[in-house]
Design a binder for this molecule. Structure first.
Ligand code: PMP
Length: 415
């Protein structure tokens, strides 16, 4: 497998973009494979190597690449113009679909990324409650905005670990709690609850695909209510787990929900939605309102692609990809055991994560690429709708070959 062109492109880009990339998640040593195209559940790199795409742009491409209904929607929009500073029917169409799917979303506004959606949700919660502090979970990922990347927590040492460029004063506004631990959340809220605008949680940790228990999320709802704080569920990744997201699956009703990825069919998008009473803080007819701007908010391409994406994701299709997810998880688990690798696989619906110690994970990721399997360097995988049993089995076979290489290279004891 040659990577000459990927290497050359990396050299070129390193002189133009710091680190040769524009998205830190996608970097891995010595240089990432550069992709040139994708069709269905396959991607091809700039050297012409083909991969089964079990990453699907970190779950955003739930319909794979070149999905005909999305291509048609994009072509139709492109011919008609796609960027206007005005309300439009396609904004209404996507909003109506999301409000119909999510019982807790009575009103929604669109952004250009999940990161922005979280920023806007936090702003709304602060405006609504008149409070400043946000509670989030350790390990919770809500985009690269400094206020959610930071977390002073209860531990003063945590400040020393703040990423460069995050002022301590910002970190003071964020309290971090252990995930899926209702007692710890209750204790933090008992002490600080009167300053807390919102509890911000992912229903499943996207970084590692570890779900919170339903009891935890229900407890978070009660604890938020008891302290007059809002509950924000970040469903940027988990919206795909049910037509109404993980919240509907588990019967938890947040005040605000943040969305992204699948609601835009692979175009840049985010959304913040929720109770009308809270969302009304954005209403410009009010004397004092939260000014939410954005040149590209609600742009036609993202709206049209989003409608096509959601229309192709009814409950039956979600059930089908969830079953494929179970098949994949079983196959990967067996492959790890066969290779005697000290790992495990977590899965929620069509979202998966392979957990391994870092040296084995690095080796496995590199070997998987050589075997034609595209997955996240950190171990994340997902199912997209172009997949079927056969394709999943091909992915499992490639993973199993990669795992055997790792076993030989790292000398893990044979079973
Ligand atoms: N929240 C969650 C739960 C996410 O998984 C992500 C992105 N992976 C974000 C927010 C940020 O979204 P974006 O990358 O579109 O800014």
């Amino acid at each position: 497998m040659t990577q000459t062109r990927s290497a050359a492109l990396f050299e070129r880009m390193a002189g133009l973009l710091p680190g040769g990339n524009t998205r830190a998640t996608t970097w891995y040593p010595p240089f990432p494979v550069a992709l040139a195209g994708g069709h269905g559940a396959r991607v091809v790199d700039v050297d012409g190597n083909e991969y089964l795409d079990f990453l699907a742009n970190y779950t955003a491409m739930v319909h794979g690449h070149g999905f005909p209904p999305i291509v048609e929607a994009l072509e139709r929009t492109a011919r008609n113009g796609w960027s206007f500073p005005a309300p439009s029917e396609d904004q209404a169409e996507l909003a109506a679909r999301i409000c119909a799917r999510f019982g807790a979303i009575e009103r929604i506004r669109f952004t250009n990324s999940g990161t922005e959606a979280v920023m806007v949700a936090v702003r709304a919660a602060r405006a609504f409650t008149g409070r400043d502090v946000i509670v989030k979970a350790f390990g919770g990922y809500h985009g690269c905005w400094e206020q959610v990347a930071a977390g002073a927590g209860e531990d003063p040492d945590a400040r020393a670990e703040l990423e460069p460029g995050i002022p301590a004063v910002v970190a003071d506004l964020v309290l971090q709690v252990p995930y899926d631990d209702a007692g710890a959340l209750a204790a933090t809220m008992a002490e600080h609850g009167d300053r807390v605008a919102a509890i911000l949680l992912e229903p499943v940790l996207g970084h590692s695909i570890e779900p919170a228990s339903p009891e935890y999320l229900h407890a978070a709802r009660r604890i938020a209510d008891a302290h007059g704080a809002l509950l924000i569920l970040d469903e940027v990744i988990t919206a795909r787990l049910h037509t109404g997201g993980r919240q509907t699956q588990l019967g938890v009703t947040p005040d605000l929900t943040t969305l992204g990825k699948v609601i835009g069919g692979g175009l840049p998008i985010g959304g913040v939605g929720g109770r009308a009473e809270v969302m009304d803080v954005f209403d410009p007819r009010r004397d004092r309102f939260v000014e939410h701007h954005g040149t590209f908010n609600g742009n036609g391409l993202a709206m049209a692609a989003g409608c096509a994406s959601l229309d192709a994701l009814p409950a039956a299709e979600i059930d089908r990809i969830d079953l494929l997810g179970a098949r994949l998880a079983d196959g990967l688990t067996a492959a790890l055991a066969d290779a005697a690798l000290p790992g495990r696989v977590t899965r929620v619906g069509s979202l998966l994560h392979v957990h391994l110690p870092l040296p084995e994970l690095r080796a496995l990721h590199a070997a998987a690429l050589r075997e034609g399997l595209y997955m996240a360097p950190r171990g994340q995988m997902s199912i997209s709708t172009p997949m079927d049993d056969e394709l999943v089995d091909a992915g499992i076979a490639a993973f199993a070959r990669a795992a055997q290489h790792v076993q030989h290279a790292t000398g893990s004891p044979a079973p």
